[in-house]
Design a binder for this molecule. Structure first.
Ligand SMILES: [Zn+2]
Length: 184
């Protein structure tokens, strides 16, 4: 015998077969008996056969935008957010064509003055192509799904040239053109 994959549909099937019998026995008019009885019987049979089919994993179901939004919110993927206009992107930021955020490795270091050793917080600049502001971010320790944010400043000439250099070094040609086109 085939394995019952979805037992809840067996129960639904039984409920509808009972309803179908009730319709056959108690409905007055012949048309109603047949019509309602057959519809209920059909639902019962459909549920019965459905009970033996494997459940389709949710990932294979077509995804709506809302579904994608929920998935993104629940995913383990790291995401970044412009601290000026709230534009959000998941990683990788730099290599996806549609990404509106772009980060470089040209960090600035915040030294902890209480500690003598050469350690400090590395804050990386992230440019937003929607509002042309740069948000500085650093990794939490231990890392979280999102970074910690610091200064938020409008793109200036110095930062722009650093972003251009980084895009050239990494051959991010589309992003390079986008950075170049920003007026500072
Ligand atoms: Zn922005």
């Amino acid at each position: 015998m085939k394995k019952i994959e979805q037992p809840s549909h067996i129960i639904i099937s039984i409920i509808f077969i009972v309803l179908s019998i009730i319709a056959f026995l108690y409905f007055e008019g012949f048309i109603w008996k047949i019509l309602v009885g057959i519809i209920l019987l059909f639902i019962s049979v459909a549920n019965f056969s459905y009970a033996f089919s494997k459940k389709i994993p949710e990932k294979k179901a077509p995804t709506s935008n809302f579904r994608k939004f929920v998935d993104n919110a629940l995913a383990d993927e790291k995401f970044f957010e412009c601290q000026n206009c709230d534009t959000t992107e998941v990683i990788p930021l730099n290599t996806r064509l549609e990404s509106k955020l772009y980060a470089t490795n040209k960090f600035i270091k915040d030294y902890d003055t209480d500690i003598e050793a050469e350690i400090g917080l590395e804050k990386y600049p992230m440019l937003c192509f929607k509002c042309n502001y740069v948000s500085y971010w650093a990794e939490y320790f231990p890392p979280k799904k999102f970074p910690e944010y610091f200064e938020v400043i409008k793109l200036n000439a110095k930062l722009k040239s650093e972003f251009i250099d980084f895009a050239k070094e990494n051959n991010h040609l589309e992003k390079l053109e986008m950075i170049k086109s920003i007026e500072v």
